[in-house]
Design a protein around this ligand. Structure first.
Ligand code: HMG
Ligand code: MG
Length: 307
């Protein structure tokens, strides 16, 4: 078994986590959340998106969010952009990394970004060229890797081909997204193996929504398959307005707890992360979805099993 000794966590809570919440946080609160997460040792944080306000009002004011993040040296803050307009706004806001987002399902692509998969790749190629010309790194997402909320099954070959296309157009990394959280270990093994035949496994990340409680075990399966970058969201926040019924992302504190137990380094401090999970959950008026945040609040003597 070949688990990496170090895993890079991409914290998506301020973006994926907040984009689907009924309680809308202000840009000041969102920037504060991102800064708290940076203070926990997270080095890659997706802090917002530059998308149409009428589609995702929760992410409005991205420029103001990023303006408040500028002076942090250690963490890299990224933003989701769907088109050139989004990139231009992101560049104006001084964003250092952007993420484009495609889907392996035609219907999801239409519902999410109002264009076909092929059109989206064309758009993203232009975005990636312009981003690189401005010294900005580009990440790609492939959504619906294990299933689509509208079409059901998705072909593994479609996921692998799209992953390769995104790398071809200049994405330095592609995150494989189980948008609705339907994947199980055999599916993850198959999809990651197929994608890793097309691009180097070091260029892959995984992004699991936890709808069926499979996120942690799926992360472990991906690590065993050679992936070393994992997306997660503080407090298990997350969801997509265009993927009805999907639960939040794998919770960052659950991921960190699991990896610490496996002696895998993440550079993240668990206690301040749990405090941050409770902080954002209070703003959203509910308890964190994550087991670790709730357990660490309840247990006064947190031990581990006898050796
Ligand atoms: P469209 O309607 O085809 O775009 O939407 P358009 O070019 O015709 O423009 C329509 C209006 O939007 C215009 O304004 C534009 O100015 C404006 P109006 O004239 O009506 O006042 N507009 C913009 N405004 C701000 N920023 C922009 C922008 N572009 C156009 N960048 C578009 C196409 C892609 C813009 C739209 O469908 C959209 O914004 N979709 C957002 C989708 C989204 O954010 N989804 C959630 C994130 S994806 C996700 O969560 C999955 C992920 O986590 C991975 C996983 O879990 O699998 C990443
Ligand atoms: Mg997501």
């Amino acid at each position: 078994m070949n688990i990496p000794r170090r895993v890079n966590i991409v914290e998506v809570g301020p973006r994926d986590g907040l984009q689907n919440e009924k309680t809308v946080l202000t840009p000041v609160q969102r920037a504060d959340l991102a800064m708290r997460l940076a203070g926990c040792g997270l080095r890659r944080i997706e802090a917002g998106s530059f998308v149409a306000e009428k589609m995702v009002p929760q992410m409005a004011g991205g420029g103001e969010v990023f303006a408040r993040l500028k002076n942090n040296g250690a963490a890299r803050f990224s933003a989701l952009v769907p088109n050139m307009r989004g990139l231009e706004d992101a560049l104006r806001a001084g964003v250092g990394e952007v993420a484009v987002f495609a889907a392996a399902s035609e219907t999801f692509s239409q519902k999410n970004i109002n264009c076909s998969i092929a059109e989206s790749v064309q758009r993203f190629a232009q975005v990636a060229r312009a981003a690189h010309a401005n010294g900005v790194a580009v990440r790609g997402y492939v959504s619906c890797i294990a299933g689509c909320p509208y079409e059901g099954g998705v072909k593994t070959a479609a996921v692998a081909d799209l992953t390769a296309r995104l790398v071809d157009i200049g994405c330095g990394e592609v995150s494989l997204g189980d948008t609705i959280g339907v994947g199980t270990v055999p599916v993850v093994q198959k999809v990651v193996a197929a994608a890793a035949k097309m691009v180097d496994a070091s260029q892959l990340a995984v992004h699991f929504h936890d709808t069926h409680g499979q996120a942690l075990v799926n992360i472990r399966a991906a690590l065993e398959a050679g992936v070393a970058t994992v997306d997660s969201a503080v407090a298990g926040l997350g969801g997509c307005p265009f993927a009805p019924g999907a639960a939040g992302n794998a919770a960052t504190e659950d991921v960190v707890y699991m990896l610490r137990g496996m002696d895998v380094a993440t550079g993240v401090d668990l206690q301040p992360l749990v405090d941050t999970a409770w902080h954002v959950s209070r703003l959203l008026k509910r308890a964190p979805a994550s087991r670790t945040a709730r357990a660490m609040a309840a247990l006064t003597h947190a031990g581990t099993a006898a050796t």
